[in-house]
Design a protein around this ligand. Structure first.
Ligand code: GAR
Length: 208
């Protein structure tokens, strides 16, 4: 049997996307192992979620590094030491430089809380509500050297309802995030994601 993928999950906050992957692994829906969870700040609740699940959790505190590249070198060191084969960005609120992206080329996934290429960046829900669109959602994509610009693996849509706030819309989107992110990780683990330029083809398989 092939070795399981070893995930390195990077977080900045409460870690519900991380939790959805932990839970999916627990249910046998994702056949991977989380080798390490990294956070860029000590107060990230994701670290506690990881420890509670018996997963190695390390804070690589951004504030202790002068500049992005030394910080990313430290992230890479932790990920390599843990033998990580797929990097999963789960609410990681830092833009990664080419140094990091090239190191793990084709092996970094991100989830963004809007329907890319609309509303990239750190304030998707605020921007969605300000623009007045009627549909939003979430996007899982491979990470390239741009911001929220890599090939799209899967998207899910939700309505934007009258009276929505960032919180109500965010919660509706998050429900979908917790469904599609574990699915995308599992497709990767099954070797069923084939990238051709901007297109990610999902190869048919028994579990499709
Ligand atoms: C999620 O909505 C995720 O899509 C978003 O942060 C939230 C993390 O929630 N990510 C980004 O905005 C990345 N630019 P969580 O900490 O509960 O998983």
């Amino acid at each position: 049997m092939a070795e399981k993928e070893k995930l390195g999950v990077l977080c900045s906050g409460r870690g519900t996307d991380l939790q959805s992957i932990i839970d999916a692994i627990g249910r046998g829906e994702v056949e991977a192992e989380i080798a390490v969870v990294l956070a860029d700040k000590p107060e990230a609740f994701a670290l506690e979620r990881a420890r509670k699940a018996g997963i190695k959790a390390v804070c690589v505190n951004r504030k202790q590094y002068e500049g992005r590249e030394p910080f990313e070198e430290a992230l890479i060191k932790e990920l390599e030491e843990a033998g990580v084969t797929l990097v999963v960005l789960a609410g990681f609120m830092r833009i990664l430089t080419p140094l990091f992206v090239r190191h793990f080329a084709g092996r970094i996934m991100n989830i963004h809380p809007a329907l890319l290429p609309s509303f990239p960046g750190a304030h998707a829900h605020r921007d969605v509500l300000a623009y007045g669109v009627k549909v939003s959602g979430c996007t899982v994509h491979f990470v390239d050297e741009g911001t929220d610009s890599g090939p799209i693996i899967m998207q899910a849509a939700v309505p934007v309802l009258p009276g929505d706030t960032e919180e109500t819309l965010g919660a509706r989107v998050l429900e979908q995030e917790h469904i599609i992110y574990p699915k995308c990780v599992q497709l990767y683990c099954e070797g069923r994601l084939k990238v051709e330029g901007r297109h990610v083809h999902i190869i048919e398989g028994e579990k499709a």
